[in-house]
Design a binder for this molecule. Structure first.
Ligand code: TXA
Ligand code: MG
Length: 452
């Protein structure tokens, strides 16, 4: 019998059986800073296949005045703005210290397969598995962002991922698994904190860094002795991993230094012709990349913030989890090679501002010599008059909903050819930490480019 589509009753049954006793992501929670007991929950994590399918993606409201053409005429590329990106010094062996690999050219007629019926889901998984077994990378949906996946146990296949993305081989990949047992096979030690966090947040947007086992080739970890592991919640990638029987090394499915894709069309825009297959699993429910936590030494440290924040992690482990703050300056050592200041940036120059009203915002733009008609404003609280700007996008004023649409909105600004993006500053509460991090890094394109 063919599998049911994500979200259907029989699919839910199949999935929960396959998850072998792990808490379903629909029941998963975020603990709040004040909670000493992780049983209590303040917020439900909206990342399950069930919710993904039944709650449509909130689309940011666009209040547009200028025709698209007006801003299209002012396009600039990221390189024109900031110069070529610098490659970080490698961790690990000299073999991994080579410079940035240029992305491979068009070699494929990329197939894009939907998953919106049981039969299409089955076919997409089958075709993906066939390519992965043959050593080809494919783009797959996860609940955070789309990933460019390859057999993590096949060094040649993993190498192709770096090539397709144009990613420095000094920046290691996350290994995606479909069970705790599979995760344990990839690591040398599985401490109690790993067990606690995996039980609380997997499958979900949390990546754990641990000493790697001999199973994982060095090319995956960029020569490092640790490996980053995640059990993603999206039913498509789960089905593919289970069917393959091997873990998948998968970075976000974008070209290096570009915004991660949260819809199949974003992958298509960047990787069409470079890979044989993109599986369309719908818009990503989380919308920004996973929280990366280093458990390889004590205390546990967040290397990359995400929608699971430090207070939630601490509530589960009962141990302090150090925040990432200060880790991604250009000077000094860095625990995670992917923490470049400029990383998650759209093509446009990003400014983060606070304003009282439209007049105040216009005044601030004039001060900075920013032409309002080449500017997209992304606001969530004080919505300016749309007739004064190329576009005004109204983003949700709730962190999970905001994160879900952030990259989609940036992608759309890029498609429009906006030269400037003005972001209304976001709250400093822990729930916003991952979002604030991505916005800061998008902005860093302007402020830190000299240091890169
Ligand atoms: O949500 C996500 O994490 C998505 C989806 C596809 O799973 N993946 C993703 O992968 O964002 P990528 O490659 O774009 O980012 C992985 C981050 C990088 O910052 C990388 O440096 C870090 O994880 N990382 C990977 N392995 C590591 C290791 N052994 N030690 C420290 N950091 C590591
Ligand atoms: Mg990435």
């Amino acid at each position: 019998m063919p599998p049911s589509p994500p979200g259907s009753a029989s699919r839910r049954g199949t999935l929960s059986k396959a998850l072998s006793g792990a808490p379903s992501s629909a029941q998963k929670i975020y603990a709040t800073p004040n909670q000493s007991d992780n049983v209590h929950c303040a917020k439900r994590l909206v990342n399950s296949d069930i919710l993904l399918r039944h709650f449509p993606q909130p689309i940011p409201r666009v209040l547009s005045k200028a025709p698209v053409k007006a801003i299209l005429e002012n396009t600039v590329t990221q390189d024109e703005v900031s110069g070529p990106s610098k490659v970080e010094p490698a961790q690990g062996s000299a073999e991994h210290t080579n410079s940035k690999i240029e992305p491979v050219g068009s070699a494929f007629q990329t197939q894009i397969l939907p998953t919106d019926t049981p039969e299409r889901f089955r076919v997409a998984v089958e075709v993906a598995v066939r390519h992965l077994r043959a050593g080809e990378p494919v783009a797959l949906p996860t609940e955070t962002v789309y990933g460019l996946a390859a057999n993590a146990l096949d060094p040649q296949a993993v190498l192709k991922v770096y090539q397709v993305k144009g990613r420095p081989r000094s920046n290691p990949l996350i290994v995606h698994v479909a069970s705790i047992k599979m995760a344990q096979a990839a690591v040398k030690t599985w401490p109690p904190t790993a067990e606690q966090l995996a039980r609380a947040f997997w499958p979900g947007p949390l990546t754990l860094v641990l000493p790697k086992s001999a199973l994982i080739p060095e090319v995956v970890t960029a020569g490092a002795s640790t490996v980053a592991i995640r059990w993603p919640a999206h039913p498509v990638i789960q089905a593919v991993i289970r069917e393959c029987g091997f873990p998948l090394a998968a970075p976000s499915a974008n070209l290096a230094n570009r915004v991660s894709p949260t819809e199949a069309s974003h992958v298509q825009a960047q990787l069409y012709g470079r890979i044989p297959l993109i599986v369309d699993g719908g818009p990503c429910a989380i919308g920004i990349e996973s929280t990366v936590v280093d458990l390889s030494s004590l205390p546990a440290r967040i290397l990359r913030p995400g929608m699971i924040h430090s207070a939630a992690l601490t509530a589960v482990t009962g141990q302090p989890v150090i925040d990432h703050q200060g880790e991604f300056t250009s000077a000094g050592p860095r625990a995670s090679p992917g923490l470049f200041p400029k990383h998650y940036a759209p093509n446009a120059l990003v400014y983060v501002l606070q304003w009282l009203d439209t007049v105040d915002l216009r005044r601030q733009l004039v001060q900075r010599s920013i032409p309002t008609q080449q500017t997209c404003v992304l606001a969530h609280e004080r919505i300016p008059d749309p007739s004064c700007f190329a576009q005004v996008c109204v983003l949700p004023h709730e962190p999970a909903a905001y994160a879900r649409v952030l990259y989609t909105t940036w992608h759309r600004c890029d498609q429009l050819g906006a030269r400037f993006i003005i972001m209304e500053s976001v709250p400093t509460d822990p729930e916003w930490a991952g979002i604030a991090d991505r916005i800061r890094r998008a902005q860093a394109m302007e402020t830190n480019s000299a240091a890169m």
